[in-house]
Design a protein around this ligand. Structure first.
Ligand code: GN1
Ligand code: MG
Length: 377
């Protein structure tokens, strides 16, 4: 079979051969494009007659992750840490919680490089679970918050020095602004659309405030800890039977950072009921009830490790990470879509407008959001 898949001309035959590198217990019978990640290419591999019938095959985007071996190494460090903690804490919780495993290759490296130099890895599939692109109800929101608290508590005692920095500058908003300025300096400013003008003005109006978390860190008010980096709604796996959160997947950006990046990213993703891919950007809204439920779930675990200063910057984190993602999408649009995968040339502009509208909605509800946070301290 030589069916062309949509991703850079890999044939199904190639993909079967690559999947075979991850020492599957059974014969590979199917490989399908899977999920809707913006960076890596993801496939679901199905195996015949064995206990674990599926696994995830991914081509890592090496334009983004320049040292993909370090991404695998971090993932293994994290998985081993959690496994040893779970063994020591046996029976302390009756809730199901799973950590995706790196699948080993015959040389035990956990990745393989194909004839064209593409970098591939295999990851175990979390069975009997599913994820959603938007929050389904209040219970779902609480579970997503719980999952982030659980994740951060599991890595809270992993020394940051054991994790490599796999993506320098990730979530450091002033760095994204610097890059934006460089891109803007080269951008052909003729015939700007009203949407581009809106976005340019949006960034101009907020740039002075965008250092807020980095300044707090520089002043010693906030400190670096291991974080997930990308805890958006569809990275939280929900058990299909119990509806409880049982895992956070996508461990590419597990590295030292501020917990605020995680909280901000989780809330900007979950409290936008229309989802980040909506084309109806003008009606995008931040939903405070979902924010409250997520923070309840999160703080049920995180209250043990958050400091007073951490609480002081929660509102800013929610506002900042929505703004930052809008800035990242907008910059990529201006630069010609070199970072995020797009379905059409204006896609990143549309995504940027969604995040900017969300930021506006957060700003207009600042009092409500701050009161929610205050009530939970
Ligand atoms: C990217 O590829 P994906 O969908 O897991 C991005 C995140 C963004 C997200 C927005 C390494 O994640 O930071 O929040 O898109 N990942 C990277 O959907 O830049
Ligand atoms: Mg990701």
């Amino acid at each position: 079979m030589t069916t062309e898949l949509s991703t850079r001309g890999k044939t199904l035959d190639n993909l079967f051969a690559i999947a075979d590198q991850f020492k599957p217990q059974g014969k590979v019978i199917d490989v399908q494009a899977f999920g809707n990640g913006n960076i890596n290419d993801t496939f679901l591999v199905t195996l015949e007659s064995c206990a674990e019938k599926r696994f995830i095959l991914q081509r890592i985007n090496t334009q983004v992750f320049r040292q993909p071996e370090l991404v695998i190494q971090n993932m293994r460090t994290f998985t081993e840490h959690v496994r040893s903690r779970q063994q020591h804490a046996a029976n302390s919780s009756d809730r199901r919680w799973e950590v995706p495993r790196v699948l080993l290759t015959p040389d035990d490296q956990g990745y393989c490089i194909d004839a064209e130099g593409s970098f591939w890895r295999g990851i175990s599939f979390i069975d009997t679970s599913q994820s959603f692109d938007t929050i389904q109800d209040i219970e779902h929101a609480r579970e997503v918050g719980y999952a982030l608290g659980k994740f951060q508590s599991l890595i809270s005692d992993l020394p940051s020095a054991r994790l490599a920095d796999t993506l320098e500058g990730f979530h450091i908003t002033p760095r994204y602004l610097e890059h934006y300025d460089q891109v803007l300096a080269k951008y052909d400013a003729n015939n700007k659309s009203p949407e581009v003008n809106y976005a340019l003005q949006f960034v101009r109006d907020r740039r002075a405030w965008a250092n807020i978390l980095e300044d707090a860190q520089a002043q010693g008010k906030l400190s670096l800890r291991p974080i997930h980096g990308d805890p958006k709604v569809n990275n939280v796996m929900i058990d299909t039977a119990t509806r409880q959160a049982i895992s956070i997947i996508d461990l590419d950006t597990v590295k030292p950072g501020l917990v605020h990046y995680d909280i901000g990213d989780c809330l900007r993703s979950c409290c936008n009921p229309l989802g980040e891919e909506t084309e109806d950007w003008e009606t995008v809204r931040f939903e405070p009830d979902l924010c409250q439920a997520i923070l309840q779930g999160y703080l049920s675990l995180a209250k043990d490790f958050l400091t007073e200063n951490d609480y002081e910057y929660l509102y800013d984190a929610i506002r900042l990470i929505a703004f930052e993602l809008g800035l990242r999408f907008f910059t990529d649009y201006l630069e010609g879509n070199v970072y995020f995968k797009v379905k059409h040339p204006e896609h990143n502009l549309a995504r940027a407008l969604v995040q900017f509208k969300l930021t506006e909605s957060i700003e207009s509800q600042a009092t409500t959001i701050c009161a929610i946070i205050q009530d939970m301290r």
